[in-house]
Design a protein around this ligand. Structure first.
Ligand SMILES: Cc1ncc(COP(=O)(O)O)c(C=O)c1O
Length: 432
């Protein structure tokens, strides 16, 4: 019935998550409210770790892409599950530090790391810098040298595989703001440059081919292309790249149209391809990293809202207004993302009404979903938007000076706040 494993319906016909009645959660903590199921997050982390054990002799590690949802509790979970972190800013590094995360397991990404962020990352003993361009390479080498340090680096490579849709294409696509292009020779020249520098050690290559991908073949193709490049570097520069980072992008279910493959199928196929290429070139089998973000937290999360108004426009549509919107979930406004919306108190009833869910911001495009089917809605109802664990809170804003919602973690029928609701004082705390 639902698109999501952590959800159920209780005897009152109410939607439950992690064994908690969503109407009780809304009453206790207020709305809008982000809710995350701890068991689902941990099980997903374990399925990735186990897939390395099962298909790759444990010779790899998932890094949680914290851009999907960066907060101290998620860092603590990643630490407990023995996985690493992918961070893209000083703020995400700071969050990891505050959570006591082992910094050697942190990989620092981004296409414009500032000098301050680089210094902060070196001071914080971040394990790897995923270098995006030559300016960054020089800057990093200089700052590391000034600080008397030598840092491990990876290069972000554009492997020329575009997998943003259900089908993938090998485009040789070089129009991306991220990374070094392979086919123009840019990546190879960058590797040569890195070897001339004293304060960086190039021991990894990285690629990330897109997001919300359901097909495993593009990942396999990208892995093969990267192995070919590792072999070229070995042969022509006599340098062994011992680690390969294949990025994230594993698709999740937002609606019943989405059909994610079990995550372990990914390692099953990719490991065969990487081992075959290692044998072909006589190279050591590399240590592999992957960077799942959305797939670790996405389906584990829902957002609860209260309906404050309903506007029927004859022969046009019916708007249902909720107490949140683009400030807590900008993904429909940004790229028309599909979501499943349920009337949480009528989760056992048929979805017989077609409505457009509108947020409360002063913006006509502030919609969560258009023309969506839902069990008949009345003012005061609690609505649940499913699969909102990733790229919702992390993309939230204070537009219209709306405070960010609280986030609650649920597990086995119990709930606890992991991020407090912002107050009005929070909103003005930096105003002078
Ligand atoms: C370099 C890199 N790694 C990992 C991810 C995480 O992707 P996803 O959340 O789709 O798994 C992203 C997302 O943009 C990314 O850019």
């Amino acid at each position: 019935m639902f698109v999501n494993d952590c959800l159920n319906v209780n005897e009152k016909g109410h939607l439950t998550i992690g064994g908690c009645d969503t109407l009780d959660l809304a009453k206790e903590y207020g709305t809008p409210l982000y809710v995350l199921d701890e068991n689902v997050i941990k099980e997903t982390c374990r399925s990735y770790v186990n897939s390395f054990k099962k298909f790759y002799d444990g010779n790899g590690m998932p890094l949680y892409a914290s851009k999907a949802l960066s907060c101290k509790e998620l860092c603590r979970i990643a630490k407990d599950e023995n996985i690493g972190l992918d961070v893209v800013s000083g703020g995400e590094i700071y969050t990891a530090l505050q959570a006591g995360f082992p910094m050697e397991k942190v990989h620092f990404h981004g296409n414009n790391k500032t000098a301050d962020e680089i210094k902060f990352a070196i001071e914080s003993k971040v394990g790897k810098f995923v270098v995006d361009n030559l300016y960054e390479l020089e800057l990093l080498d200089k700052i590391a040298g000034d600080m008397g340090k030598k840092v491990n680096i990876s290069f972000r490579i554009k492997p020329g595989v575009d997998a943003h849709t259900h089908n993938f294409i090998r485009t040789g696509q070089i129009d991306s703001k991220f990374g070094f292009a392979l086919e123009t020779g840019e990546a190879f020249e960058a590797a040569k440059e890195a070897l001339k520098l004293n304060n960086v050690t190039l021991n990894e290559l990285h690629c990330h081919i897109g997001s919300q991908i359901f097909d495993i073949d593009p990942f396999v193709t990208a892995a093969e292309i990267m192995m070919d490049f590792i072999a070229k570097i070995q042969k022509e520069l006599n340098v062994t790249i011992s680690e390969l980072n294949l990025g994230g992008g594993f698709g999740i279910m937002y609606t019943s149209k989405d059909e994610p493959v079990p995550y372990e199928n990914y390692m099953e196929k990719v490991s065969v391809a990487v081992k075959a290429k290692s044998a072909e070139y006589g190279l050591p089998v590399p240590f592999i990293y992957i960077e799942p973000g959305r797939s670790i937290v996405g389906e584990a999360g829902i957002t609860l809202y209260t309906v404050g108004g309903k506007k029927e426009i004859p022969n046009v549509r019916t708007y249902v207004s909720i107490d949140g919107g683009m400030t807590d979930n900008i993904r429909y406004a940004l790229y028309q993302s599909d979501y499943t919306v349920l009337n949480a108190g009528k989760a056992d009833k048929e979805a017989n009404e077609t409505v457009t869910i509108a947020g409360k911001c002063c913006e006509s495009g502030d919609l969560i979903q258009e023309h969506t089917k839902i069990a008949e809605v009345e003012v005061g109802d609690t609505l649940a938007v499913l699969s909102t664990g990733a790229y919702n809170y992390s993309m939230a804003s204070n537009y219209n000076r709306i405070p960010r919602p609280a986030m609650v973690m649920v597990k086995d029928g119990k709930s606890r706040v992991i991020i407090k609701r912002e107050s009005y004082e929070d909103l003005v705390k930096n105003d002078i």
